[in-house]
Design a protein around this ligand. Structure first.
Ligand code: LLP
Length: 392
């Protein structure tokens, strides 16, 4: 980012979500290149900013939505309708009807979901989410496979669910799983793929597509090794080729990357509002917090933080906190930082995924503006909320 942070905050206000367009493009190119020939559908839940969505659509990705508004956002951004899927969990009949009316292909994740879908969209072609028992992820809250997870048809009940679909007149043409998020080991993703293909093999003739979900992690800590995307893509191709040869079928291969496409391009710029020494801790308070970036509080997630104003100040162990009236509102605990002073600008890195997307108005505080930074230009891509918005 060759934009002066102080200028950005003066122009757009603090705190501010700033996305680096070049970093976004390189993430899209890296994933698209590694997964060439595989239908990658971007999981909008990671970041649904309309301007970023247009860039992701233009780079050739499809879209995966989890709500009617996400389906609409994908359509407006220019994702082609046949490549917009909807993977909701236990959603109501009315929502299934709305999504069906929009024309997105629906994946349901239970026998009851099949029944609701058949009631609102008789005879439709759909996907089914299975829980193969395999789960993985950076925190227990993001593991979506296994006995502790609410998602999917248990694999032992897959046959019965497919028979139910037949009796309801639904055509289950796809099998999907998503085992979790923030996975950094290619082996873990491929072991999950093996489990899905074992489940699919029992009913191979039915499926025109197999969707391995998302979960592609990225290193949030300096020095942490990146996921080997080439190894994951090659492993998937090899496994699906074997599956195809053994079963005499040619299913389309799908994945649903979210985080890996958008996390690294995002930075949350914030101002230090106070520095206080108390109880042997140096507390660095900021004008943001868990209402704008929930991940540290919810998952103990690590985001690198830089002191942009005073990079050469003495390295000091500090705890960076937010403005919320809540003790858990800590952005980084016991972190070595060049000691900030009031007014300094901090950069919280890799917040492009599940950052703004999970922001709230807790404590009646506005959500920040978002800007997209490209060569020399800073484009406002979401206006900061106003007090009127909060009081509406
Ligand atoms: N597909 C499905 C069905 C999903 O549920 C998810 C994420 C994805 C794809 C995209 O997963 P990704 O590639 O981004 O890992 N808020 C958490 C992450 C929750 C992910 C939920 N599902 C976090 O900030 O770590």
């Amino acid at each position: 980012m060759n934009h002066a942070p102080a200028d950005l905050l003066a122009r757009f206000g603090s705190p501010l979500y700033a996305y680096d367009g070049a970093v976004l493009e390189s993430a899209l190119a890296a994933f698209g290149g590694a997964f060439a020939g595989i239908d990658a559908r971007y999981a909008l839940k990671a970041n649904a900013n309309a301007v970023l969505l247009r860039r992701i659509a233009a780079a050739g990705f499809g879209a995966d939505a989890v709500s009617p508004a996400e389906v609409r956002a994908a359509q407006i951004a220019g994702f082609p309708n046949p490549r917009i899927s909807y993977t909701g969990h236990a959603t109501a009949r009315e929502e299934l009807a709305a999504v069906h009316a929009l024309g997105a292909e629906i994946t349901v994740d239970s026998a009851a979901g099949l029944q609701r879908l058949a009631a609102v969209a008789p005879g439709v072609a759909c996907g089914l989410r299975v829980n193969t028992g395999v789960g993985a992820g950076h925190h227990s809250n993001v593991i979506t496979g296994g006995a502790q997870s609410k998602f999917g048809v248990p694999v032992a009940e897959l046959g019965a669910a497919l028979e139910l679909a037949d009796s309801l007149g639904l055509r289950v043409v796809g099998l999907h799983q998503h085992v979790g998020s923030g996975i950094l080991a290619a082996n873990a993703l491929l072991a999950a793929a093996d489990a899905l293909l074992r489940a699919a093999a029992l009913h191979a003739q039915r499926f025109t597509w197999i969707d391995f979900g998302g979960g592609f992690g990225l290193p949030y800590r300096a020095g942490e090794a990146a996921l080997d995307l080439g190894a994951v893509a090659a492993g998937l191709r090899e496994r699906v080729a074997r599956f195809a040869a053994q079963n005499g079928v040619h299913p389309q291969v799908r994945v649903q990357p979210g985080r890996i496409l958008v996390a690294a391009c995002g930075t949350l710029l914030t101002r230090v509002t106070e520095v206080k020494r108390a109880h042997e801790t140096v507390w660095v308070a900021t004008d943001t917090g868990a209402h704008h970036l929930l991940r540290p509080m919810l998952y103990d997630a690590h985001h690198e933080i830089e002191n942009l104003s005073r990079p050469s100040a003495p390295l000091t162990c500090v705890t960076v906190t937010g403005v919320l009236c809540e003790s858990g509102d800590v952005l980084a605990r016991a972190r070595m930082l060049p000691l900030p002073c009031e007014g300094d600008i901090l950069a919280i890195r890799d917040v492009g995924a599940y950052g703004f997307a999970m922001a709230s108005t807790y404590n009646l505080r506005a959500r920040p503006a978002e800007v997209l930074l490209t060569d020399g230009a800073a484009q406002l891509i979401r206006v900061r909320e106003t007090e009127a918005d909060l009081l509406r």
